[in-house]
Design a protein around this ligand. Sequence first.
Ligand code: ZN
Ligand code: ZN
Length: 207
Amino acid sequence: MTDEHGNCKIDRVARRWALETIDEQLLERREAGASLRDLEQFFNRQVLAAAMAEAGIETVDGEVENLYHLLTDDDVSAGTRVEAESRLERHGLDPDAVESDFVSYQTVRTHLNDCLDVDTNRESGLEPTDGKNIVFKLLSRTESITERTIDRLRSSGHLTIGTPEVTLSLRVACSECGEEYPFGRLVDRGGCSCQEDDQASDSETER
Ligand SMILES: [Zn+2]
Ligand SMILES: [Zn+2]
């Protein structure tokens, strides 16, 4: 086999449409539990969105998803599909060319396994570190979006504040005893203190 790393169909299509952060996005979604078919759909929609953007087609929320559905789903009538394709053609996009850049979930699997070193055979079994990373990434994204939003509100004169420092803290409460933990600490300690009696009975002195 002469396959080079980073040169599967996904890599080539991603380069063609300048989907520069696609690998990070695929990995993030995979870590968060997305199936290969979810990722197939995600990737193809990104391709469609990029093609439409390049052709200067303005889209509203949900339109790319809907168009992708019309172009690819088996339950769509031939007439509806032709309509969807002619919408692209009117803007100078060749629907066949775009669709030939769509990938299958098998291609997604190959890309994950061979190019990104992700073992798709491993059945979930989420490790604490990965679990924390997924959530922490989300928190820091929310923090930066909040900072940017504050900046915009400042520049439009709706908000006055010194340089803002945004901190998001995530707490998790146990419904059985009401105890609250910062998310990271809860994952580190592996459970609520009220659940520990059974596991730690050896080291516990009797009252
Ligand atoms: Zn690849
Ligand atoms: Zn508890």
